[in-house]
Design a protein around this ligand. Structure first.
Ligand SMILES: CC(C)(COP(=O)(O)OP(=O)(O)OC[C@H]1O[C@@H](n2cnc3c(N)ncnc32)[C@H](O)[C@@H]1OP(=O)(O)O)[C@@H](O)C(=O)NCCC(=O)NCCS
Length: 212
């Protein structure tokens, strides 16, 4: 089984523009509350229409409780980067080296070891298309290389064409499937993987545009 192809939207014909992305930094423990709010606000953007509001609310309440998010920021197996705008946190990425976060069925589908999971990459709508996501990706993948990972992988809903296009531009390729639970219901995500050894040249200029 393969993921359905991504069909480019007409927005690809739009001229470039929009705000400059804010700086990307490692998140610090003091970011926990703001990061929890950001995670709660952006998670629904990744959900297909069939996910019910109460399922999203359940997921957000459990997965993005500030206490849980604070734990990410002190976990040596987790690296979180944020886009720090003057108006607050604009986006974040979360990279995990924790094998306990990986479902057993995922391991045989991955081709590269050691590996790391890009478990979150979320940008507020007003910063999408700004290049912030590229910088969050670049920071995460650099962290993966610094810890000697040979590959990185992620799960994404097949209907999330914006994210799949973005990940494809960053060199991720479909390698299989995984189950992902939202509010007690299982959904099927595309599993994507890329090698970290070779930089992938992306379209936008700047730190990420030189290859991540
Ligand atoms: C995924 C995400 C971080 C990417 O950030 P972004 O700023 O939108 O990314 P970019 O603009 O650099 O790239 C998105 C690409 O998708 C394209 N795109 C936008 N809408 C699309 C659609 N409906 N179908 C296909 N492609 C689409 C854009 O044109 C762009 O392609 P391009 O780079 O060739 O121009 C951001 O969209 C986001 O936070 N989405 C909501 C949360 C989410 O889904 N996170 C991922 C969870 S796995």
């Amino acid at each position: 089984m393969v993921c359905p192809p991504v069909v480019p939207p007409l927005s690809w014909l739009d001229p470039p523009g929009g705000p400059e992305p804010p700086p990307v930094e490692r998140a610090v423990p003091g970011d926990a509350w703001a990061l929890a709010e950001l995670a709660a606000a952006t998670f629904p953007l990744s959900c297909p229409p069939e996910v019910q509001p109460e399922e999203i609310a359940y997921h957000v309440a459990h997965q993005f409780h500030p206490t849980r998010v604070a734990g990410w920021l002190t976990d040596p197996l987790v690296v979180v980067h944020v886009g720090r705008a003057e108006t607050g946190l604009a986006g974040y990425s979360r990279l995990s080296f924790d094998p306990a976060e990986v479902e057993p069925a995922i391991w045989p589908q991955l081709t590269l070891r050691p590996t790391c999971q890009l478990s979150k990459c979320y940008v507020r709508p007003e910063w999408q298309g700004s290049g912030l996501a590229d910088q969050l990706m670049a920071a995460a993948l650099t962290a993966g290389r610094q810890r000697s990972a040979r590959g990185a992988w992620l799960g994404v809903n097949p209907a999330n064409l914006q994210a799949r296009t973005f990940y494809g531009r960053h060199g991720f390729r479909d390698v299989g499937w995984r189950h992902f639970e939202v509010g007690g219901r299982l959904f099927t995500d595309c599993l994507m993987e890329r090698a970290l050894a070779e930089p992938v040249v992306v379209r936008r200029p700047g730190p990420a545009g030189s290859g991540v």
